[in-house]
Design a protein around this ligand. Structure first.
Ligand SMILES: [Mn+2]
Length: 430
């Protein structure tokens, strides 16, 4: 292997010289940049290895290192100050000096904050925007696994840096006015859904009770929860409603999630009645959501014929169907959402199954005929100006990602777009 590699390098070098490669067009290559093969140290390999009669590669012991190579080989890297660890230590939300795998696993390399839920720290620990994990998947009706979603989504953002948007000039979500941190995963028991959802609600309530930085023109911090199955929106809407009043829900999903549980199954118990397909019904019934909610990306078949009419009459949702993108286009969808939500405080309740299954295979209820990731991100980014008070990105079940963490990467990018909306509109327009 090494031998053949050596021969091919040699053969290539013998027949092709950089200064003989024809240059297309009128590009002038300064002669100082044109290196000839004879000038490079690759030639040294010819002396270093010799080939015996059996064509085996042997080491030539009598070779003399050229002076400059011997010099380079004898050098060690010397640092001016061996105690300087500035390249080994995280700065403000940056990737450690370009190394994506360095440091703790947080969302997008945001600073990790361990005291978000400590009641002693509410005044001293200032927060503007918080990412937290909601590892919960016992409200799900088909494939479980999204309790592993939060860390999978974080892993999907390893490549993030405090970078600038290619679509909105000058927008850097991380290094902007807002202090954004990752508060880690909330403990959510897998043995009792009501207790688990209450744990999440109290965590989000605690976040909203923190003080904010001076740079924040709004009164309260805002949060984005990484799910978890979609039932976690129940806790988020509840907590957001306490501070911001009735919230208008922008619901990205293939499915309604406003199902009246008593049409679901004649044997449904009170306990089973709150799940990942009914939480929006309950949120409206409890008075936490406004009357101008809207779905985006719907296409799942209705289990009961009356589901779509009750969606409006009981939960006050307008609908944008997945196939509408072919009729009114991405801009038409953006306009419809903005018109519906106006200046309301908005909670974005996001299910990764709004994407077409090949774009997000790692989720519990795959539904053919969804949006591409390009269409979806253009829609979310096009909503700049919405006042987003809380959000979640749910139903990422990493076991379905057979290769390349694709669903987690999608979810991470969606979350970044939503955080961008939060940064762009820090307070309600009067
Ligand atoms: Mn859903």
């Amino acid at each position: 292997m090494l031998f053949s590699l050596f021969l091919s390098v040699h053969a290539l070098a013998a027949h092709v010289r950089l200064d003989q490669i024809p240059v297309q067009g009128s590009i002038d290559v300064p002669s100082a940049l044109v290196k000839k093969y004879e000038d490079t140290k690759i030639k040294f390999l010819e002396d270093y290895y010799k080939v015996d009669q059996e064509n085996a590669l042997v080491f030539s012991s009598d070779v003399q290192l050229p002076d400059d190579l011997a010099y380079i080989a004898s050098q060690q890297i010397k640092y001016r100050d061996p105690d300087d660890t500035s390249d080994l230590y995280p700065g403000k939300s940056d990737r450690y000096n370009g190394i994506s795998q360095a440091g703790y696993l947080t969302y997008g390399h945001l600073p990790m904050e361990q005291h978000c839920f400590d009641p002693e720290k509410l005044a001293d620990l200032e927060l503007d925007i918080v990412v937290l994990g909601a590892p919960f998947d016992t409200g799900i009706s088909y494939k479980p696994g999204s309790r592993f979603g939060p860390d999978a989504i974080r892993q999907g953002t390893r490549k993030f840096a405090p970078a600038y948007s290619p679509y909105r000039e000058g927008l850097n979500v991380w290094n902007n006015w807002a202090k954004i941190v990752d508060c880690g995963n909330v403990p959510m028991t897998p043995l009792d859904n009501r207790v688990a959802l209450d744990q999440l609600y109290r965590s989000e309530r605690a976040i909203l009770n923190h003080s904010t930085t001076k740079a924040n023109p709004g009164k309260y911090p805002r949060f984005l929860a990484l799910g978890g199955d979609h039932t976690i929106s129940y806790s988020g809407i509840r907590a957001a409603h306490e501070k911001f009043g009735k919230v208008s829900v922008l619901h990205f999903d293939a499915h309604l999630d406003t199902v009246n549980p008593y049409y679901m199954n004649p044997n449904v118990t009170e306990y089973a009645a709150l799940n990942h397909g009914t939480y929006l019904y309950w949120a409206h019934r409890k008075g936490w959501t406004a009357d101008n909610n809207i779905h985006a990306g719907l296409r799942g078949w209705y289990e009961d014929r009356g589901d779509p009419s009750r969606d409006y009459s009981e939960s006050k949702f307008a609908k944008i169907m997945a196939r509408d993108v072919d009729k009114i286009g991405v801009q038409g969808i953006i306009d419809k959402i903005k018109e519906r939500l106006g200046n309301s405080p908005v909670y974005i309740s996001f299910d990764i199954d709004v994407l077409d299954p090949p774009s997000a295979p790692g989720t519990g209820s795959l539904e053919p005929g969804g949006w591409s990731s390009r269409e979806l991100l253009e829609i979310i980014d096009g909503l700049a100006g919405l006042y987003v008070v809380g959000a979640d990105v749910t139903e990422v079940s990493p076991w379905g990602d057979s290769t390349n963490d694709v669903t987690s990467i999608m979810a991470g990018e969606v979350a970044r777009s939503i955080l961008g909306l939060m940064v762009l509109t820090p307070e309600l327009k009067e």
